[in-house]
Design a protein. Structure first.
Length: 245
């Protein structure tokens, strides 16, 4: 399938035995997996590691909308049977983010650039439906931990097992921060044009509020543009003249 993404690496270990496969088949028939079935929202975006932004990865999000202010997501490096579970993300509304202690807020990355730039997509949905869904995520924040870095920027395999400490991941907030090989590979595979999505989403700029964390990686990417695009602002920063009424 043109829109499929296999797991980025094959985990270390021996192949499954026939006995194990039979036991798994029986479990599928007899056991209740209701919590997993609720993860029915699918989005694809990109994450850099906050403390090592050179680590960047495509992330397939399978999310459950718990209530109007809170989603919880499991993250994979692909969308097929070979995809590896690489992390988790919690997404909260602007209202819940404002209720967090200041030190806790430093763990949560902003989402407006991801939406407005077209880098966050919901494959399989008509453009109008995708846009309406992502509109609901404007001004939201995410707390993301990756446990496994399974791929490299050039698409080559990464670690064959989850190694080391969990990595707090962040969001891109300026043009030029992301390794464009990631975007190109994703867009080509999913047969989408993220630049067209960017143009189509510019009416959402009017909904954008300044967000904490936009400048968290400022200076880490020598090719990043200044200032950030319209609608993407650090809390307390001056508004770009193009955004004024």
């Amino acid at each position: 399938m043109a829109d499929s993404r296999e797991g980025s690496t094959t985990p270390a270990g021996e192949p499954k035995t026939l006995k194990r496969a039979i036991l798994e088949a029986g479990a599928r028939l007899l056991q209740d997996t209701t919590p997993v079935k609720q993860f029915d929202i699918y989005m694809v975006g990109f994450h850099p590691a906050k403390h090592d932004p050179s680590l960047q990865m495509e992330a397939h999000h399978y999310c459950h909308q718990v209530n109007a202010d809170f989603l919880q997501c499991v993250l994979f490096d692909g969308n097929t049977e070979t995809a590896n579970l690489i992390g988790i993300e919690y997404i909260i509304s602007e209202r819940l983010f404002a209720s967090l202690p200041q030190d806790e807020q430093t763990y949560w990355h902003p989402h407006n650039y991801e939406i407005l730039s077209g880098s966050l997509v919901a494959p399989g949905l008509p453009d109008r439906v995708e846009k309406a869904m992502l509109k609901l995520l404007m001004n939201s924040h995410g707390k993301t931990w990756h446990l496994w870095h399974t791929s490299q920027h050039d698409g080559g395999p990464g670690d064959r097992l989850p190694l080391g400490d969990p990595m707090l991941m962040w969001s891109f907030n300026r043009d030029g921060e992301m390794d464009e090989r990631l975007r190109h590979s994703r867009d080509e595979r999913l047969q989408i044009n993220s630049q067209e999505k960017r143009r189509d989403r510019q009416d959402l700029v009017a909904l954008a509020h300044p967000q904490r964390g936009v400048d968290a990686l400022k200076g880490a990417f020598p090719n990043a543009t200044e200032p950030p695009p319209p609608g993407v602002r650090e809390t307390g920063s001056a508004m770009d003249p193009s955004e004024s009424d």
